[in-house]
Design a protein around this ligand. Sequence first.
Ligand code: PEP
Ligand code: MG
Length: 570
Amino acid sequence: MNVFLGVSASTGISIGKAFVIPEAVKRVIPQFPVSISQIEQEWSRFIKAKAKISGKIQKSLEEINNESKQDKIQRELLETYLLMLDDPVFLQEVKQNLEANPFNIEYILDVKTEEYANRLRISGNAYLTERAQDICDIFGRVLNELLNIHVFNINQVPDGAVIVGREMNPSDAIILSKRKIAGLVLTEGGTSSHVAILARNYGIPAVFGIEKITKEVHHGEKLIVDGTAGELITDPDAQTLSDYSEKIKIEQEHRAKILAFRDKPAQTKDGTRFSLMANIGTPEEAKMALEEGADGIGLFRTEFLFMQESVTTQLHNHAMSEEEQFEAYKSVLETMQGKPVTIRTLDAGGDKVIASIDRPDGVEKNPLMGLRAIRLTLNFPKLFKTQLRALYRASVYGNLKIMLPLITNVDQVVKTKELIAEVMEELDADGIPYNKDVPVGIMVETAAAGITADCFAKISDFFSIGTNDLTQYTIGVDRENQTIANLYNEFHLAVLRLIQHTIEAAEAENIPVSVCGEMAGKTDSVLVLAGMGIRTLSMGIHNIPYVKELLSSISIAELQSISSKTLNNL
Ligand code: PEP
Ligand code: MG
């Protein structure tokens, strides 16, 4: 038995068998000349690898046995992939290049694929531009086959497993919402990372920051994850197992008690009402939010929709169509039965890279400061308008609010409103009904937005304070970086003052202000935020009944005293 100390990323205790994620293999393309006599052999290696990938796609096609909209889209995509694999023009080009310039086939294929994708990107034709990523994806698989690289597939994780890995990217993290994962143990990842947020939302105990953990844990080994204490126990003895089973029982009993708060309104002991909203990433979570007693959805992170790959086909290279988005938004609005639903426009980029958004600009040196969120969508107006159109079409099915992420400049709000006006005109022309008065608000999650909140209050219908990014950008500490996690402090005076200033700016213009960062669901910060005047908190679904219990035990005067002490003690 061994005990490893880490950092608590999601509370709770669980016992399960280890599923160790292998280290990611980076595709390195070798480059070496081949003799004329080897050309034929190189070509046949390519044909063989291509046939293997075709076979896999054919198999996936046969496994699609439903006629749902989603299945039709998947089928179309797979058929496109098959056509691409057999595109005679491309194959001819690869062959000619191999003959004229005899190098190993991996090198030739890599160069030609990139050339082909670039031609599509600059074609000026929207459909062809979107195909560029498909070409890279499908021939990338042929390259993997040639290089004998077997890409790890997160869908192999069984129910009841404790996932152990060095890190987990957000698109793989979506598995936490699909399977009954017992626990999560990682070397890297901050407690405000998206993986941690998802783990908390699903009540999955998680411990981060354990050095070289993939080398210490064996696949299939029994583990105890104590997310509350930030500990991992490997190969526990009988006594330890029984002690932890008892702790799990006590936890379950507390949870059962807490659940009594689900149906009660959120209020302080002296009767001040609060709205406790849920943060979600998929339409299914809206149902969970309602069950947990949420007053609405305060943040729907739509980028998670784009990250969901198909379990049948393992393809994630597929931009969400207007129709798919419309169905997802409509479903959340209908589920929430008229309660407010704040849907945030795509917050991709940064750490949330979405394969379906082809970015010809290549890898960014500093992605968190780069083309992410509103910057990315304004840069790709077609993508942005597709989302806005889906949102407005869905607006008649409930109480929708639209929220814009990572706003720093007034101009970004103005430009978005211009796109909204275009979308409305197009919907009018198509005779499609929509709500003309959907409130459009912003996330205050940069120091720029916080400091100039008075200006934004004049052009925004509401503010939602994103304390995760606000902390990251204000004190310049990467929220995902475990090595500087001790510097990531939401209670830093600079962050608290920005929050306070934002609340005052919102009050001056009489617009609603809420908090949707992780501070909104944690005991210590809820007390401070409530004392500062916040009455709407949007948090991980799991936290809602706990925050209700907390508020019910305290008065407004006590809350004010806590927050004024915190603000003045720094
Ligand atoms: C935030 O930054 O606080 C926030 C809620 O957005 P996200 O965590 O999705 O970046
Ligand atoms: Mg954010």
